[in-house]
Design a protein around this ligand. Sequence first.
Ligand SMILES: Cc1ncc(COP(=O)(O)O)c(C=O)c1O
Length: 384
Amino acid sequence: MTDGPDTRGFATRAIHAGQEPDPETGAVILPIHTSTTFAQDTVGEPRGPFDYSRAGNPTRAVVEAALASLEGGTFGRSFASGMAAIDTALRSLVRPGDHVVLPNDVYGGTFRLLDKVFTEWGVSYTLAPVGDVDAMSAAITPATKIVWIETPTNPLLSVADIAAIADVAHAANAKLVVDNTFASPYLQQPLALGADVVMHSTTKYLGGHSDVIGGALVTDDGDLAERFEFLQKSAGAVPGPFDSYLLLRGMKTLAVRMEQHCSNAESVAAQLDGHRQVSQVIYPGLDSHPGHAVAARQMRRFGGMVSVRLAGGRDAAIALCERTKIFTLAESLGGVESLIEHPAVMTHASAAGSTAAPPDDLVRISVGIEDIDDLLADLDQALA
Ligand SMILES: Cc1ncc(COP(=O)(O)O)c(C=O)c1O
């Protein structure tokens, strides 16, 4: 269930899209519909659009309309996790014998799904650097059905030129799927740049409070949306009504949260840049980032994620992760609280030994929205 394109501003849509006050009671916050089933007056004819909550649920329908609106898309579909959304996108678009192009620093879970599950079903993949359009183009084969990108990537924050990669994918009759988790729809809207599908781990910035796992797919392609919906009900990896409500509640403040995440991340990147313990700061907002110009063109701001490489190597990276007091050592990202982690051992362990494995001197920081002076002081003491 979706609304069509909505021309109101982003922050207005985040609060109101699909969320008019309840017509029966006037409740400004919509009820959480826990019912698994819906009454029918005559056999096979439900009273409204819903018959059984795996196939469709009113609370889920509202969040799907809001997700579509925020991405400027027509159809939104939500899932029990980001991985369930990725699995649905892949199963909708590839068959045995097909091929997928993936970033060479793709999220470890996406890599594992392709490498350990889809290859068993005869799907192959090639890893390529998303920052290099020619290399992405060279990785496409006649069997390629999907060019899959993240931008910025997890964890190396590589930036892909979405419009240019959409052109090379479409020239080869492949679909472009963009995992927009790191940017969030507030900073970047890939459908407008030519992507066919936008995917989210809504667990991250969209939810924003580290209290709900979820995933989403948004597209303008009605046939694809139907396939996503068919897999929602056939495979059943759907979010429950309480999870849908938590996501909806988090999404309302996405615009203000993202502004603060970006401001704080810019300050963290500036402080760490040039620190004697740090050999490289990777942040798309820095002039030194090879994707800076593309990011400035296609993103509103540069995001809340900062990655750093430590001059002292693996041990120094682990020590930094273990010494911070406000930045919690934990996987995940995109919540209001600052997190820090060591991708090679934690989030990206499943890519160990492959060319998608992150360097072991790398630390990934999800900069939260706490007071910036406290965050900078914490990093300072942890690096002392
Ligand atoms: C970029 C990216 N995509 C997809 C996922 C998977 O999402 P989930 O953990 O909600 O299944 C993650 C999780 O960290 C991620 O960072």
